[in-house]
Ligand binder design. Structure first.
Ligand code: SF4
Length: 206
C-alpha cells in the first residue's frame, strides 16, 4: 500500500521527477536518499514532521528512528494506528553536519523549506486529509508559511488552503531532548493533540 502511494505521488509530479531526483535545493548532495511520505492514499489524518533523521536517511522511510519510536508510543496512547495515517516530512532530504563520526541533524532554512514545499503540497493534494498534524515549528512553517511558535499555534484554529484543519503540536524529538518535568509535559501535549486529531477525523470535534 505505502509503495503504491509513493509511486502515485511521484508520477503525479511530472514524469521522471519527484523527491528522488529533485535538485531544487542542495540538500540532496549529502543525503543518502530522498524520504517521501508513506501511508494509505486516502488517510483522514496526515502527520508532518521536519525532515528525515539519520536512521530515516539510511532506511528510506519516515519516522523509523528514535523520534519515530516516541511517535509510535504516543499514537498508541491516542489509540491511533500508524498504518492508517499518512506520515511525511516538510523537507525530504536529511540535513546534517559532522560531529566526530556522527551526523548531527541541522535545521533546514526557510529557503529549503520553501523549495521542498512542492512535494509536501503534492502529497496533501493526493491524500486530501481532513486533519494535518504539524509536528514542530518547521512543519508548521511549511504548512502555513508563517513563523509561529508551537505554544501559540496550539491555541489557534488553523486551516490549510486545501480544506484540512491544521493541528499544531510538538515534534517527538522535542520529547527526546527535554529534561526533567518537561519530558512528561511535552509527551502529554503530543498525546492530547493526537487524540484531538482522531476526534476531528471522526467528526467528534470541530
Ligand atoms: S530537500 Fe526537498 S527541495 Fe531540497 S533537494 Fe531534497 S526534495 Fe528537493
Amino acid at each position: 500500500m505505502a509503495k503504491a502511494v509513493k509511486r502515485d505521488l511521484i508520477d503525479a509530479a511530472s514524469p521522471g521527477e519527484g523527491p528522488k531526483n529533485c535538485r531544487r535545493c542542495d540538500l540532496w548532495k549529502r543525503a543518502t536518499q530522498a524520504v517521501p511520505g508513506e501511508g494509505p492514499r486516502h488517510s483522514t489524518i496526515m502527520l508532518v514532521g521536519e525532515q528525515p533523521g539519520d536512521e530515516e536517511d539510511r532506511r528510506g522511510h519516515p519516522f523509523v528512528g528514535p523520534a519515530g519510536r516516541v511517535l509510535d508510543e504516543c499514537l498508541a496512547s491516542a489509540r491511533l494506528e500508524r498504518g492508517q495515517l499518512f506520515v511525511t516530512n516538510a523537507v525530504k532530504h536529511f540535513k546534517w553536519e559532522p560531529r566526530g563520526k556522527r551526523r548531527l541533524h541541522k535545521k533546514p532554512t526557510v529557503g529549503e523549506i520553501h523549495a521542498c514545499n512542492l512535494w509536501l503540497e503534492q502529497e496533501i493534494a493526493a491524500v486530501k486529509p481532513m486533519v494535518i498534524v504539524a509536528l514542530g515549528a518547521t512543519a508548521l512553517r511549511a504548512l502555513t508559511g508563517a513563523n509561529l511558535s508551537i505554544d501559540g499555534a496550539r491555541q489557534r484554529e488553523l486551516w490549510h488552503p486545501g480544506g484540512a484543519r491544521i493541528l499544531s503540536t510538538y515534534h517527538p524529538s522535542a520529547v527526546l531532548r527535554a529534561e526533567g518535568d518537561r519530558i512528561l509535559e511535552l509527551r502529554e501535549h503530543l498525546e492530547h493533540d493526537l487524540r484531538n486529531a482522531a476526534k476531528i477525523a471522526a467528526g467528534a470535534l470541530v
